[in-house]
Design a protein around this ligand. Structure first.
Ligand code: MRU
Length: 363
């Protein structure tokens, strides 16, 4: 399996996603500030991977702390969480992970500094392993939704690279292929950061899953020609009413899918569901550097002086979403009820700690 990120004796190691597909190189972070930078610069990206990176970054900061008392360690811990919480605003998994680490720290208050450090590192490592298991569970639920044979369109990268491993939307595709389904994938290029052509194509080709890259403006024509049986994407945040924030361009795909009677599926872990955000209008949308739009591989593509917008995400209203695949099962409309029931359900095959990700708002 692709090692998107991992805890090492030296710190946290990340596969550098800004260099793929031409270079397979790694960035070794030895401080939590470096981990914050790799999240901000998208060396690591994708909502679940950002969450796990945040947890590992916090663990690294705690490990490196020079604090000699529990109170001083807590002061350092709060500082680390504050820095990591300011990296990227849209993916709620970041805040969910920070909140989970905060809740863990609270349970450790009576322990020694050394014991707290060890337990915090173990919690982050546990979240890494848990994310892979969650994706595999999502795959088992979602595979049934995939056609027995046909083409599936995806946007951005919701694969192993966007998670600790296996992927959400691509995890569902992987599970369907493992179950014997004959799936061909259309991967939207995903301007401006090219997660589709650089990352989704890279990991699917590695897995031997037939894949065709199309530029973002081609999907409507493909749908009209009957070439696409289903759409499946990931999510950065799902509001309580089922509105879905995902990579910019997802909304366009969802509207097109509805027009052509094609099912539009979202695959995301429960940690992406934010019941404290009532609807998509309240989801903070990250604005990124205009250079991502004006240049390709360092070469300028627009004239000097032109104005640029670069929202990294858009919101797809729930009415366009056929179903949401989670590790606890498949949610359908009305999402207000189905998602709340799923988040609160106990005894699911893969359990989160039950921590509310937004109890402490860092946004
Ligand atoms: O800006 P990115 O690359 O972090 O955006 C990623 C996406 O939009 C993914 O579709 C989403 O995080 C789901 S990843 C399983």
């Amino acid at each position: 399996m692709i090692q998107t990120l991992e805890w090492t004796d030296q710190g946290v190691r990340f596969l550098d996603q800004t260099k793929l597909p031409t270079e397979e190189t790694y960035v070794n972070c030895t401080t939590y500030q470096e981990v914050a930078d790799v999240i901000r610069n998208m060396v690591v990206r994708g909502a679940p991977a950002i969450g796990v990176a945040a947890a590992l970054g916090i663990a690294l900061g705690v490990k490196n702390s020079k604090a000699e008392t529990v109170n001083d360690l807590k002061r350092d811990f709060d500082q680390i969480c504050g820095v990591i919480g300011k990296t990227r605003p849209t993916a709620v998994n970041l805040f969910w992970a920070i909140r989970r680490m905060q809740a863990k720290f609270e349970t450790l208050r009576a322990r020694t500094v050394a014991q707290i450090k060890q337990a915090i590192i173990e919690e982050a490592q546990h979240m890494h392993a848990e994310d892979i298991a969650i994706n595999q569970a999502m795959g088992r639920h979602g595979a049934a939704l995939m056609p027995a044979s046909g083409s599936v369109l995806t946007h951005c990268n919701a694969g192993a690279l966007a998670t600790a491993g296996y992927g959400t939307a691509l995890g569902v595709i992987r599970a369907a292929v493992e179950a014997g389904k004959k799936i061909h994938v259309y991967a939207d290029e995903t301007r401006p950061f090219l997660q589709g052509s650089r990352l989704t194509a890279w990991e699917l080709v590695k897995d031997g899953i037939p894949t065709t890259v199309i530029s973002d403006n081609m999907s409507g024509a493909m749908m009209r020609q009957g070439k696409i049986a289903a759409v499946i994407v990931g999510a950065d945040r799902i509001a309580a009413n089922g509105d879905v924030a995902n990579k910019i361009g997802t909304y366009t795909v969802a509207v097109l899918a509805k027009e052509h009677g094609i099912p539009f599926y979202v695959a995301a872990p429960i940690s992406t569901v934010d019941l404290e955000t009532p609807d998509g209008s309240k989801i903070p949308i990250e604005q990124r550097n205009p250079l991502e739009v004006t240049t390709i591989a360092g070469k300028r593509m627009t004239p000097e002086g032109v104005q640029i917008e670069n929202p990294a995400f858009d919101v797809t209203p729930a009415k366009y979403v056929t179903a949401i695949v989670t590790e606890r099962g498949i949610a359908k409309a009305p999402y207000g009820e189905s998602l709340a029931g799923m988040v609160r359900r106990k005894g699911s095959p893969v359990c989160h700690s039950g921590v509310s990700h937004t109890a402490v708002r860092l946004e």
